[in-house]
Design a protein around this ligand. Sequence first.
Ligand SMILES: [Zn+2]
Length: 165
Amino acid sequence: MAIREILGFGEPILEQKAKRVRSFGKELKKLADDMLETMRKAYGVGLAAPQVGEPLRLTVIEIPEEEPIILINPEVTEQKGERQVTEGCLSYPGYRGEITRSETVKVKALDLNGEKMRIKADGLLAQVLEHEIDHLNGILYTNRLVNKDKLYKIEMIPDPDQREI
Ligand SMILES: [Zn+2]
């Protein structure tokens, strides 16, 4: 496994729609492993392939105390309810914004072997799923701010309890 550089806001790849994954082999597994390692080092709970410079529909998620989830070609199939959340991004360290996310989401995707999977989520996992799938569509959380005043700087202290999406 290898740590990849996480690209910051302003990089064009972060505002482009990523391509569907069509081949499920060693390279894809290696990329997913690298992304997991990169995300953990940055105290993240989710990372999308465009953030490490790969324009592919692949994301890794790891909620503290839970198994990691690797999603390929994920699609949101249902979104219910609305709630206001505070959000950040590994590609924009040191900032938080207030945005609206769904209360529950359903997602379908493929795993690393190309097998179909479905997830129903609420809470942090629902938020992270929406955030990461947004990345695959070139959408950043700052595009979803309730209003522009709702973006603010925070002091960054590496702390496992202060995870970044
Ligand atoms: Zn992000």
